[in-house]
Design a protein around this ligand. Sequence first.
Ligand SMILES: *Cc1c(COP(=O)(O)O)cnc(C)c1O
Length: 227
Amino acid sequence: MTIAESIETVKENIARAQAASQFAAPSVLLLGVTKTQTIEKMRQAEAAGITDFGENRVQEMMSKYDEFPQINWHLIGHLQTNKVKYIIGKTVLIHSLDSIALAQEIEKRSAAADLVTNALVQINIAEEETKSGIHEEELADFLQAMADYPHLRIQGLMTIGPHVEAPEEIRPVFAELRKLFEREKQKALPHLDLRYLSMGMSYDYPIAVEEGANIVRVGSSIFGARY
Ligand SMILES: *Cc1c(COP(=O)(O)O)cnc(C)c1O
């Protein structure tokens, strides 16, 4: 399959998942995850209609950034505070806000650049020790604390599904994240702009869409296996 055909297939699967579930969002952003992928493959994806790329490392994103002036860049991997300065003003959304220290650094750098940086709070809902993210029970306090950072706009939640034998086993985790998201949205805190639920990768994006994801992060199902 070509990259364009793979993207078509992913889009069809997303549409099918939307039609199958009452929880599905009316529109879902397909984020092309481009880590380790070549500029040539990325050009094919852009030509096939992908508007947003996700990279999980700052250095790799920066090395590709100038090649794609029309693309919206998302940082989806763990972000170290000492790397924040490189991406301020270059990413439409950071998916991996996972600590107060990181929020402070984003605030400081964004204020200095006189702009606002958008981010999602990464939740470690599966409580896997290998994953970053804040725990479910800390979320309400964490979101409250974001009022101190006017140059950081919290736009939603992100999670990475647990490693399981069958994708269907992930469903309760995604359903839980949707409930958390709804709960926090209902509070309507004025300093928050909760609108995105980023969950689902190649292995599990149809289930994520059925459970309300409106951003899915898909790499290998578009570009093939990573080497
Ligand atoms: C690599 C990555 C993805 C995409 O993974 P695939 O299984 O290739 O679709 C999604 N989200 C994050 C955070 C990633 O690091």
